[in-house]
Design a binder for this molecule. Structure first.
Ligand code: SF4
Ligand code: SF4
Ligand code: SF4
Length: 358
């Protein structure tokens, strides 16, 4: 049971936007981050005036960046002295949990997790405008084939790690606003003085089943086309080494990356000597090394959000690669990225006896 409020909603988007307006107008928050129309798509916006909610659509089916990156930005210079709430999706919340544990995000921020029916890829923008959330939610069948692979296969569809959760999937038009932490419950009580103890609705079986099936398809694709050295080389054969996948990944947070440094710069003759050993050599030299290094650094915290794949100009199936590899790595450490703020983070935990050879 959670402290919460259930509302019959004609427009889920209008109700959620109304909640943001109330948070600001009543001084419960100084700033709220949510999606707002921007060009043909949506961008995150830090809202401060409850009366100015034009074009705000927190459930719009498009994420321009992971909100976890913004949470880290808001935390970088210390605990914010203003009350700020971020309206985020479950994959973003899971990344935030990882960044909290890695001391990149401050828990003083308020996180409001929204149910998520999926989002459209950035490439959709090249030909279309992103629809508003009411149109998207009312015509899910029309958009089903366009949503991002990460969303079709999003099996961790809810966390219980936010301060407040907003649920509406499979509720027949009811909106549930639930306090999930002490400060979140307090906020819900301030927003709704008649809040009571209510049960969180369960996610409908058809959503759970279809996402599991899509995830299984990704894993089968990996086993057939990516697993093994030759397949792996082939998968990354057209990588442009642009590092877009790293820049958008919420888990890749190092501000000085080895792969952006001069560590792999050598004199021209050194490259010729290296190439002469094999006859020829792929340039730049660090393309595959970059991916293996990145995998090594963040597979334990990968949350399967798919931002990497969405940002890849040559459509390398990065989500499939990272989701499958991180599944195995996380299982090895009995760890599930983003599912609990309390589980010890394997990268921060030293054990004298671990991963003994079998
Ligand atoms: S992966 Fe897609 S469906 Fe899952 S929470 Fe993120 S945006 Fe929503
Ligand atoms: S590697 Fe890709 S799927 Fe994994 S957390 Fe980073 S952006 Fe998300
Ligand atoms: S975004 Fe794509 S092309 Fe660019 S470095 Fe990553 S895998 Fe390579």
């Amino acid at each position: 049971m959670d402290t919460g409020k259930r509302i019959s909603a004609k427009s889920i988007s209008a109700e959620v936007t109304g909640i943001i307006g109330s948070l600001l107008e009543r001084g419960l928050m100084d700033g709220v981050m949510a999606l707002k129309k921007s060009g043909k798509g949506y961008a995150y916006s830090l809202l401060t005036k409850g009366a100015e909610m034009t074009d705000v659509d927190p459930l719009a089916p498009y994420l321009p960046t992971s909100a976890a990156n913004i949470a880290a930005k808001l935390s970088r210079k210390g605990t914010p002295k203003k009350k700020i709430a971020l309206f985020v999706r479950p994959c973003e919340m899971r990344a935030i949990v990882e960044l909290i544990k890695l001391l990149q995000v401050d828990e003083a921020l308020y996180f409001v997790e929204l149910d998520c029916p999926g989002t459209l890829p950035s490439k959709y923008l090249t030909e279309h405008s992103i629809p508003g959330s009411d149109e998207f939610l009312n015509s899910l069948d029309k958009y089903r084939d366009s949503i991002r692979p990460a969303c079709s296969a999003c099996t961790d569809a809810r966390t219980d790690q936010s301060d407040v959760a907003i649920r509406f999937l499979g509720t027949g038009g009811q909106l549930y606003i639930l306090g999930k932490s002490e400060k979140g419950s307090e906020l819900v009580k301030n927003l709704f003085p008649d809040a009571e103890n209510i049960e969180e609705p369960v996610l409908p079986d058809d959503i759970v089943k279809s996402r599991k099936q899509e995830e299984e398809k990704l894993f089968q694709f990996f086993d057939k086309n990516v697993g093994g050295l030759d397949n792996l080389l082939n998968t990354f054969a057209n990588c442009m080494n642009c590092h877009n996948c790293m820049r958008v990944c919420p888990i890749c947070f190092c501000r000085e990356c080895f792969f952006d440094s001069t560590a792999l710069d050598f004199e021209g003759e050194h490259f010729v000597e290296l190439a002469a050993r094999r006859g020829d050599m792929h340039l730049p030299t660090d393309t595959l090394l970059f991916h293996i290094g990145r995998m090594n650094h963040m597979a334990i915290s990968c949350v399967g959000c798919g931002f990497c794949e969405d940002a890849c100009p040559v459509e390398i199936p990065l989500l499939t690669v990272f989701k499958r590899i991180s599944r195995d790595v996380q299982a090895l450490f009995d760890y599930s990225a983003g599912s609990s703020r309390l589980d010890e983070h394997p990268l921060k935990t030293f054990r004298e006896e671990e991963l003994e050879p079998r």
